[in-house]
Each structure stands twice: as C-alpha cells, then as structure tokens.
Design a protein around this ligand. Structure first.
Ligand code: BDP
Length: 649
C-alpha cells in the first residue's frame, strides 16, 4: 500500500551509501582510516554526550520530518521535543510503549558551541564523529547534510570545518535522523509486515519482524563528538606484529592525508615511555629487543602488555600531527587441533555477551563496562565473543589492556531468508566487514573475525555467499582466522569448508529433548565427532546454556530453575573435558548476563540464560563456572602470583 511504499522509501539500501568495495588490498578497502579519536598535542576532542532534543516521527508514513524539512530549523520549532540522553537507546527512557516499540525515523538535535579558535584557524580540520547509531543515519549541520551511514554498531564521521566557518556567529546545530527499520538487505535482516485485515488490526498496522533473539534497541548508542586534526594529518595506521626468539617485530604502515610531502617520526615506546625502536619511514618493520609479548589474562603473570606507537608528522617548519596507537605484540595461529597465541595453545574459557542493560539498552555506559570486566575476571573468563555485532571500541580497548581475548563478530545475525543471500545483501555484508576490520584491525585482543551467527547455511546460495565473504575478510586481514557461528546442523552446512575454526552452538536438553538432561553426554559427543570427523578443524563450543529464572529452585531439577541450569553446564563440561584433550579449543557460555528480547511466548521479560542477572548479580551457575574457569586457568595457563585458586578478587 501507499503507506508501506512511503515507509520503505526511507529504508536503508540506496546504492550510493554502501561505500566503495575493493576485493584485493590488504587492510585498505575503505578510502580513509577510522582511528579512535584521541587528544594529543595536535588534536582536541569535544564530547557531545548528554541531553539532546528528540522527536520520533510518528506520522503514518514516518516521512513528515523529511516533508517538512525538520533539519532546516531548530527541532523545537517544528513540533514538541523531549529530552533524550546520548548515548542510550531511546526505547526504555520514557513511559510511552509506542516509543519503546517504535519503527521508523527518530530525530535528535543539539546545538554546540564550537571553540572560536577552531573556527578562526583555517588550518584546523573539525570532524563530527558518531560512535554508532541504529541503524540508518543522516546527519545535518546547520541544515546542510554532511553524511549518511548504513548500519549500526560502527562509527562514521564527517568533516564540518567549512560549514561552521560559513557564519561563525551562529551556533553549530547538529541534527541526526536515525531509522531502525530492518529489511531483507540490512544487517541484521528483518521484514516489515503490514496487516491489512481491518476486522483484526487498526489502519496502518505493521510489525517489524526480526530473526534474532535480542531486543531491537535503537538510537544513538555511542558517543558523539567533535575532534580536530591539523589540515595535514595522520589518517590511518596499521600494525601487524610477530616475533622471532626474543625480538618483537612491528610491521607498520602510516597513511597521511592533506600533505603532498610528509616527514614522519615513528617511535615505539614501552610502558615506561622508553623508546625501544624508531623510524622515519611511512612503512617498515620495527624491531624490539627483549620483547614483552601481549598475553591473555591468566596465561601469563603480566597480561595485556601494551607498547605505544607514537606517530609524528611534520613539515619543514614544525610538527603537524601526533597520534599514539597502543600496540600489543603477539601472534595468532590455528592448526587442525589447536588455537595458538604466541605459539602456545590457548583454550577459550569465556562468555558470550550483549551490549544490554536496564534503562540505557545498548547505550555505552562506563560503570557497566567496568563492572562487566570485574565480573569476567572474577569468573576467570579469558575471552568473549561480541555476539551478535561489533561492540564499542572502548570495550575492545579494555580487552587490550586486561588481556581479554575477543572473537569479533559482525552484525550478520538472523540471515535466515533466502532473499538475504542475494547480491545486494552480500555487497552490504562485505562493506560492513570492511568497516569492521578498518576499525578493529589494530587490537591485539581481537584474535578472530566472525562473519555471522547461525545463518541458514544449508541453503544453496550459502556456499557462494560464505566463500566470498570469508575470502574477502581474509583478504582484508590475512593475519587472523575467520569463522562463522553455526548450529549443530553439520551435514548440510555449506559454509564450513571455508572457515578456519568451527564454532558450534547447541542447546541439548533445552530446545531439543527439553527436560532430558541425560541426553547431553551422548548428543554432545556426537556433535563434536561429526564436525571434527568431517572437517578436521578445531572446534569452539560457541554457545550452550539454559534459561534460569533467578530464585527459582527445584530438585530433581526442572527447566528454568537454577538447579537445571547448573546440571546443563556440568554435563556439557564433562564432555568438554574429554574433547579438549583432542580438538575442542574453547567453551563460551550463553550467556554472561540475562538480556532483553522481543516479547514472545518463550521469553519471560527477556532471555534468562545469563549466569548473572541483568543487574549483574550471580545465579548459582556463576559459581560453577567460576570454579571451572579457575581450574582450567590453573591447568592451561600460568596463574599470576598475586592470585591463588580459588580466587578472591
Ligand atoms: C542461539 C542464538 C542466540 C539466542 C540463543 C537462545 O545464537 O542469539 O539468544 O540461541 O535461544 O541459537 O537463548
């Protein structure tokens, strides 16, 4: 119908917004870099977090904002506005159910006072950066469109210097329209379904169908900021590390923009800020004698060791730009039975997470981030998977510093419809991998890319789709293994031949044979033997678990009680203990914490498979996992001297 057409008109997917693709270059497929904004002697950062004016476009076709050009004047002048915190999902902020479950465009606006110096100095680039917004965004400054971006979870930016210099007397008004609609071609995919039976549904009724199991939170989820660089600036840095005996090798490339000739000074410093190697070449290999390698948490007494790579770019007269990148020196390799970090077998004993919490939804929240790291360390977890989308860069920086190993997943979750395997979807998926690798390539904590979660990999087009996607990702980054997360459907899986590590999710005695804990040993054993027998690749149990409503008890155990969750875990662990001597290289519990989902008959206010509640309090299973993870750490790693098992952090 007409309404549907109008709504769809503003859905993501125009060919102009997908970005340039190049299938060959190493780490270089996106035109410019996406270095994390940082203050330095040449760069300033101004955070725009806090309250923004906000309005959801509830017009029937969700198109009024464009028809009436809400970006042209102050949002408060074109209709009512409410306070909206940034960063945060907007869904749980108000008491309005229609905003919680809203689909379509919402509008954010904020006026910013730009330092006069930035405006006056033509030699300063002023960049507006959005850490992430779900899912399709258009940005205006003083009514002029500066950029648009498809997809959540990843940053985008625009240079706005010339715009704010047009009329230095007016404040800088930033308008961001964000559309959370998911279609068959977005990541994750979804469909909009109109219900036209007027005896059952009101006029204009439609639903957003999704094929994933978490609440479709929307809004501006990560910090918005302005930052400056000089006109000639360090646009990107890529490091790849290796070592030979005691010597660390840091292969680096710097790309500079805005200068025809650039003089560089690249200095690698240790933790005490002593220079350990330097160069004046744009790319090269720095050698570090007596290298201190980057080690995972619980694998070494000094995990997460980071050097700093300071890049100074100057012209004949003075230093122009300075950017400092943290660098961890480590290697990653995969054999048919092992995952090696620094040539030592690494066993993943960790968690799957979500960016999810009360009130703020998927909004970045420092207290939550730090609490989660404290809980993971308490648990003895050495790793996590960013199920089911890229997490905030701030979280990956924490992983680098604490030695928490990451499987970095793109938002390819819920690819279940055959139409989502078409060319448009694949092109977008490749572009998302470009952006993901561009953003996260330098994190030592990231040891593997995951290109999807539980796609319908048995469908005929899946083979070409995953072959292309995985090859492309390996082309972007030849240094890390690539996987996608599969369900236990080994016989029909078309993509598995192309992955480096098999990651399997299974829920025996839950979704299959509910209530029958006794099937776990045999079914899990069969699962592993089948996958290994067919592919001879190392296997990670990338999800397993059971829902437990905190405080619900029964003995003998029944589904949804804490006891049942405990027994599921223990029975899985018994099998892991046999298979980890052979080819199983890790176990990641589903899930670290309870999280919100769409409403439905299988979810009682969210998914309750957390070993912590959504408020981060332990269920009984957390203690089982803690016992186990510290025992595994004792066996497989070198426990730091300052902690004895069982730990008391
Ligand atoms: C898995 C999905 C995960 C779900 C989980 C569950 O990968 O997103 O939350 O099932 O049902 O298959 O709890």
């Amino acid at each position: 119908n007409a309404r549907g057409a109008a709504l769809r008109m503003f859905l993501p997917g125009g060919p102009g917004v997908l970005g340039a693709l190049c299938l060959c270059a190493v780490f270089n497929t996106v035109d410019s870099g996406m270095l994390f904004p940082q203050e330095s002697s040449s760069r300033e950062v101004k955070e725009l977090n806090g309250l923004w004016d906000f309005r959801a476009d509830k017009s029937p076709n969700r198109n009024q904002g464009f028809e009436r050009a809400w970006y042209k004047s102050r949002l408060a002048e074109t209709g009512p506005v409410i306070d909206m915190p940034v960063p945060a999902s907007y869904n749980d902020i108000t008491q309005d159910p229609s905003l919680r479950d809203f689909t379509g465009w919402v509008w954010y606006e904020r006026e910013v006072v730009v330092p006069a110096r930035w405006v006056a100095d033509e030699g300063t680039r002023v960049v507006l950066r959005v850490g992430s917004a779900h899912y399709y965004s258009i940005v205006w400054v003083n009514g002029v469109k500066v950029t648009e971006h498809e997809g959540g979870h990843l940053p985008f930016e625009a240079e706005i210097g010339s715009l704010i210099r047009k009329d230095p007397t007016t404040p800088c008004r930033i308008t961001i329209a964000v559309n959370n609609t998911l279609t068959l071609k977005t990541l994750p995919p979804g469909t909009i379904q109109y219900m036209s039976d007027r005896t059952k549904y009101p006029d204009g009724f439609f639903v957003q169908n999704i094929y994933f199991d978490f609440f479709n939170y929307a809004g501006i989820h990560r910090p918005v900021l302005l930052y400056t660089t000089p006109k000639a600036y360090v646009d990107d840095i890529t490091v790849v590390t290796d070592f030979l005996d005691n010597t660390g090798l840091v292969k680096y490339t710097v790309s500079v923009q805005g200068a025809t000739t650039a003089t560089l000074k690249v200095t690698l410093m240790d933790k005490d800020r002593h220079c350990v190697a330097s160069s004046s070449d744009q790319s090269g290999v720095l050698k570090v004698v007596d290298v201190k390698l980057w080690w995972p948490y619980l694998m070494h007494e000094n995990p997460g060791y980071l050097y700093s790579l300071e890049v100074r770019q100057s012209d004949e007269r003075s230093t122009q730009d300075v950017y400092t990148l943290p660098v961890g020196i480590r290697t990653v390799n995969v054999t048919s039975t092992q995952f090696l970090i620094n040539n030592k077998p690494f066993y993943f004993h960790g968690v799957n997470k979500h960016e999810d919490s009360d009130i703020r939804g998927k909004g970045l929240d420092w207290p939550l981030i730090v609490k989660d790291f404290n809980l993971m360390k308490w648990l003895g977890a050495n790793s996590f998977r960013t199920s089911h989308y890229p997490y905030a860069e701030e979280i990956l920086q924490m992983c680098d510093r604490h030695g928490i190993v990451v499987i970095d997943e793109c938002p390819g979750v819920g690819i279940k419809d055959i139409r989502s395997f078409g060319n448009a979807s694949l092109t977008h998926h490749l572009a998302v991998m470009d952006e993901l690798v561009r953003r996260d390539k330098n994190h030592p904590s990231v040891v593997m890319w995951s290109v999807a979660n539980e796609p319908a990999a048995e469908m005929p087009p899946a083979e070409y789709y995953f072959k292309t996607l995985i090859k492309h990702t390996k082309g972007l980054d030849p240094t890390r293994p690539v996987t996608y997360i599969t369900d236990s459907n080994y016989a029909r899986d078309k993509g598995a031949p192309y992955v480096d590590v098999i990651c399997v999710n299974s829920y025996f005695s839950w979704y299959h044979d509910p209530g029958h804990l006794e099937v776990i040993p045999i079914q899990l054993n069969t699962q592993f033997e089948n996958w290994y027998g067919k592919y001879h690749k190392p296997i990670i149990q990338s999800e397993y678990g059971a829902d437990a409503v905190p405080g619900l008890h029964s003995d003998p155990p029944m589904m949804f009680t804490e006891e049942y969750q405990n027994v599921v875990l223990q029975k899985y662990h018994d099998v892991f203990d046999q298979k980890r001597k052979q080819y199983v290289i890790g176990e990641l519990i589903w899930n670290f914490a309870d999280f919100m989902t769409a409403q439905g008959i299988t979810r009682v206010v969210g998914n309750k498979k957390g070993v912590f509640t959504r408020q981060r309090q332990p269920k009984a299973a957390a203690f089982i996992l803690k016992e186990r993870y510290w025992r595994l750490a004792n066996e497989t790693g070198i426990l730091p001297p300052w902690t004895k098992y069982p730990c008391s952090l």
